[in-house]
Design a protein around this ligand. Structure first.
Ligand SMILES: [Zn+2]
Length: 345
C-alpha cells in the first residue's frame, strides 16, 4: 500500500516533551504509516509542573476546526492524517475522535495526569492514536461507533475505558477481540497497514508490562549510549531517548566514564577530558565558546555543574519515573564521591 503520512502536533497547553516522546514512540514501529512532527525545540527545557488546571470544554466541531486550520496553515496534503494532542475536554468526554467526513482529522485528549505518572503518559496517548488509525478505517458514520465501541471492558483496543483500571487492562492486553477482528476482516484493509497497527499494540503492551514489573526488578533496566552524538536510550522502553543538551550530556558521559566516583570539588582536574567530550558533541566551529563553557562548569564559584546535574536528574525522572531514575542519575553525598550507580556496578 501507499504510505500514510501522519502528523502529530500539540495544543499549547500540552508540553513539548509529551509530544516529542509520543512521536518518538510511534516512530519505533516501521511500516506504511509514518509519523512526523513539525515542531522543533532545541532548548528542551523541562517544564515546571503546573498545578492541575481545568481546561474549557470544547465541542468536537471546534476541535476538528482547529486541526483543519493547522493543516492548511502548514499546507499539509489532504491525504495526510493529522492528530492534535490536547488537554481540553470535549463535549462527549471521549479520549479521542476522528472527524466523520474526511477521517483524517483527529484529536487525542492527553489529560491522564491523575491516572499515569509522566513516565508512562505516552502509552495511553499512543494507544489512542492506534485506536483512531483503526477506527478511521472501520466506521463510515458516527452512529456506527455505538456498535464498534465496547461499553463493557473485554481487554480490546476498542473498549470504552472509563477509569485507570480499565485503561490498564486494555493496554496490558494490547489486542483486538473476536468481534473486532471479524469487522476488520470484512473491511479488507491493506495487510501491511493492519500489521503495523498490531505491532504497535504488541510493542506498547509489552513495554507497559515491563515497566510495571520494574518496580519488583529495578536492575533489569538497561541504558544504551549510541551514535556519534552519544544519544542516551532505554531500548526496553521502546528506545526511549533521554534528550540532554550537549553540555548536560558532557557531564553525564564524564561521570559514566568514572565509575569510581568523582568529588565535585575535584572537577577542575578534568578540564581537558570534559572539553574533549564536549568538542565531539557540539559544533566544532565554536571552540572558544566550548572552552569558556567548560571553564564555567569547572569553576567552583559557579553553579553551572550543580545545575547540569539537577537538570539531568529531572530529565531522567520525567522519562522513566523517579524510582527507576535513581540508578541512572549522578548521585552521592554533598561533599563526597558522586557517581552513576548504573555504571558503578
Ligand atoms: Zn473489540
Amino acid at each position: 500500500m501507499q504510505s500514510l503520512e501522519v502528523f502529530l502536533y500539540r495544543s499549547p497547553e500540552v508540553s513539548y516533551t509529551t509530544l516529542r516522546e509520543v512521536c518518538d514512540l510511534m516512530q519505533t514501529v516501521k511500516g506504511p504509516i509514518k509519523f512526523r512532527m513539525l515542531e522543533k525545540d532545541d532548548s528542551l527545557s523541562v517544564q515546571a509542573k503546573s498545578a492541575a488546571k481545568s481546561f474549557r470544554v470544547k465541542s468536537w466541531k471546534q476541535l476538528f476546526e482547529e486541526v483543519k486550520e493547522y493543516k492548511s496553515e502548514k499546507a499539509l496534503e489532504d491525504a495526510f492524517m493529522i492528530f492534535q494532542l490536547t488537554l481540553h475536554p470535549n463535549e462527549y468526554g471521549f479520549y479521542a475522535a476522528v472527524d466523520e467526513k474526511t477521517k483524517s482529522l483527529s484529536f487525542i485528549n492527553c489529560s491522564y495526569q491523575d491516572l499515569f505518572p509522566d513516565s508512562t503518559l505516552r502509552y495511553p496517548i499512543a494507544f489512542n492514536i492506534v485506536a483512531m488509525l483503526l477506527l478511521s478505517r472501520l466506521f463510515d458514520k458516527y452512529n456506527e461507533l455505538d456498535t464498534l465501541i465496547h461499553q463493557t471492558p473485554r481487554g480490546c483496543l476498542l473498549d470504552w475505558a472509563s477509569d485507570r483500571k480499565e485503561l490498564l487492562f486494555k493496554m496490558r492486553t494490547g489486542d483486538l477481540c473476536e468481534d473486532c477482528l471479524q469487522v476488520l476482516k470484512t473491511k479488507k484493509l491493506d495487510s501491511s497497514y493492519t500489521q503495523q497497527l498490531f505491532q504497535f499494540l504488541d510493542a506498547f503492551s509489552q513495554q507497559m508490562k515491563f515497566k510495571q514489573r520494574l518496580e519488583i526488578n529495578p536492575s533489569v533496566l538497561k541504558l544504551e549510549i549510541r551514535g556519534v552524538k552519544k544519544e542516551i536510550y532505554f531500548p526496553q522502553l521502546g528506545d526511549l531517548k533521554v534528550r540532554l543538551t550537549p553540555l548536560e550530556k558532557t557531564v553525564y558521559l564524564f561521570f559514566a566514564q568514572h565509575p569510581e566516583g568523582i568529588e565535585l570539588v575535584d572537577i577542575h582536574h578534568y578540564k581537558s577530558e570534559l572539553l574533549d567530550i564536549y568538542n565531539k558533541l557540539s559544533n566544532a566551529d565554536e571552540k572558544i565558546t566550548n572552552e569558556a563553557r567548560i571553564l564555567q562548569l569547572c569553576d567552583p564559584r559557579d553553579n553551572s555543574l550543580n545545575e547540569k546535574i539537577a537538570k539531568i536528574k529531572s530529565k531522567f525522572e520525567l522519562a522513566i519515573g523517579k524510582d527507576s531514575a535513581k540508578n541512572f542519575v549522578i548521585s552521592g553525598p554533598r561533599a563526597g564521591l558522586r557517581r552513576i550507580a548504573y555504571f558503578a556496578n
